[in-house]
Write a protein of this length. Structure first.
Length: 188
């Protein structure tokens, strides 16, 4: 699968991806839509890419002006690809990459950080999105006006409100949905 950066300073750069995909990278049209929606929040933001895969979402954020991106991924092959893709794009100095279990290590790994934007793209069919958003809220890593974007299968039932965060927008693309959470969120 061909994964490219679609906007910003490294637009058009092709990212290295595994020969077989156990991850689900965002399709170009979905990534474009996502970044059209969050573009007002990107410049100088602190971006967290959870279940980072090959790093395409966090690298896209850096390309479009995020100040820093942090990637958390459990798979060691993917960690290698994230680091390789960051180097290839010349963005390694604006990133931190952690290998670890998101559910078990998020609060520990990121105890000193706060983020403007958090992208959560867990594997489908494991019901990890709701659990991850609970941990995000409990660990206080989301800034007061920050956004959490969850990628999930459209059949996965997720609550309108998780702890102090509520859905304020949802977009469906084929069998995938993006759900946007913020404090006090109310669905449009």
């Amino acid at each position: 699968m061909d994964i490219r950066i679609i906007g910003g300073i490294v637009k058009g750069r092709k990212l290295k991806s595994p020969l077989s995909f156990s991850t689900r990278p965002l399709l170009g049209r979905v990534k474009k839509s996502l970044f059209d929606i969050i573009s007002p929040y990107i410049k100088d933001s602190y971006f967290l890419d959870l279940y980072g895969g090959v790093g395409s979402v966090g690298i896209e954020a850096l390309s479009r002006g995020a100040r820093e991106a942090v990637f958390v991924e459990s798979d060691s092959d993917c960690i290698g690809l994230i680091n390789e893709n960051l180097s290839k794009c010349g963005l390694k100095d604006k990133a931190e990459v952690y290998q670890g279990n998101v559910l078990g290590g998020l609060a520990y790994l990121l105890s000193e950080k706060k983020f403007d934007l958090i992208f959560v793209g867990p594997p489908y069919n494991l019901n990890l999105l709701e659990k991850t958003i609970k941990i995000i809220d409990e660990s206080k890593i989301l800034k007061e006006k920050g956004l959490v974007i969850g990628q999930h299968h459209f059949k996965e039932v997720i609550p309108q409100k998780i702890e102090n965060l509520g859905i304020f927008r949802q977009k469906k693309y084929g069998d995938m949905r993006l759900s946007f959470y913020r404090r006090g969120g109310i669905l449009e």
